[in-house]
Design a binder for this molecule. Structure first.
Ligand code: BMA
Length: 323
């Protein structure tokens, strides 16, 4: 990103965390648009002089859909009141029973959006836009069931690359991260396993399922990937945030992976809500020159929060605490 100030707040003096929360969290209230029951697990990107985003707004019938939004500072958001309407992109088949958990990234000439698309159960939907006004939907990437489809922000060895997490049609009690490649954003193959859940006795917060979070960031230590890790407790799933470093040219190779989490549900808006004990990152903004990162995450499947970190500290933490 060039010459644009990303949202930022210095680390509190008494904090030893590598990721610290914005003091004014949550930044997006559950009722921020007239129809919404909850606004969370959403994605933002730099756009023109400010930022644009694709937001998961579940309505009061608890139907899941995605909405465009705009912001000057990345913190205060105007979210449209109508969901995104897609025209046919590389196919006429744009069926969609629901849309949720979007990610957005700019590749070459356009903004690509991936989301969890309802097509006989969840799978990975793909779309694109040039201007966040007109949107085009492409073929689903995979067969159902799949979730957490996350594109890399550039081609790798001449192909588009996407992380995903094959799943079931319910609240999947398993889940590992895979990578797939495509020459054209339509046909996906060369599926490889990237990362599996951790053994319970080694790192229990990520022992039930894991899934890619925001679009990976290219650093001088490889791709920095934030991911969510889940433990099944006696009261249900608990979602925390970890980090991994993947090889730049062969991202199926994991170089480092954090044994402790970087952030876990702890604040009241993360511990209570429609689904307690969930923090779920879907986007980040960063400035390499300033060594700053702003991480956007859904809190308790209800509201949207923001956390900050220094990229160098996150990398050092991940390398030092790898397993
Ligand atoms: C997953 C998805 C996410 C959600 C999480 C916790 O299966 O539905 O959108 O945040 O469960 O409920």
């Amino acid at each position: 990103m060039k010459n644009k100030l990303i949202p930022w707040q210095e680390k509190p003096e008494n904090s030893k965390e590598v990721l610290w929360r914005y003091s004014e969290n949550p930044i997006i209230d559950r009722y921020a648009i007239p129809t919404s029951n909850s606004i969370f697990n959403s994605a933002v990107v730099p756009f023109k002089d400010g930022y644009a985003g694709v937001f998961r707004c579940d309505n009061k019938a608890v139907q899941m859909n995605i909405f465009a939004g705009f912001s000057e500072n990345g913190i205060d958001w105007d979210i449209e009141h109508q969901p995104i309407s897609f025209a046919p992109g590389n196919t006429q088949m744009i069926d969609s029973d629901y849309k949720y958990d979007p990610r957005v990234t700019f590749i070459e000439d356009r903004y690509w959006i991936t989301w969890c698309n309802g097509y006989h159960g969840p799978t990975i939907g793909i779309g694109y836009t040039f201007d966040f006004k007109e949107f085009y939907q492409c073929e689903n990437a995979f067969l159902p069931f799949n979730r957490n489809g996350v594109l890399f922000p550039k081609k790798i060895n001449g192909k588009y690359a996407m992380l995903s997490r094959p799943s079931d049609n319910g609240h999947t009690p398993f889940g590992d991260i895979y990578i797939s490649y495509s020459p054209d954003m339509k046909y996906w193959g060369e599926h490889r396993c990237v990362m599996k859940v951790a053994p319970f006795e080694k790192s229990a917060w990520q022992c039930t399922k894991i899934g890619a979070g925001p679009v990976p960031i290219l650093t001088n230590e490889g791709w920095l990937l934030f991911y969510h890790g889940v433990i099944a407790t006696c009261n249900g799933f608990r979602y925390s945030i970890g980090a991994a470093l993947l090889d730049e040219n062969e991202p199926e190779k994991v170089k480092f992976r954090s044994q402790p989490y970087l952030m876990a549900p702890a604040e009241i808006y993360e511990l209570t809500g429609d689904v307690p004990n969930v923090i779920f990152p879907c986007a980040s903004l960063h400035s390499m020159e300033e060594d700053k990162l702003a991480l956007y995450y859904g809190a308790a499947d209800t509201v949207t929060g923001l956390a900050f970190g220094k990229i160098s500290e996150i990398i050092a933490f991940t390398k030092k605490n790898s397993f």
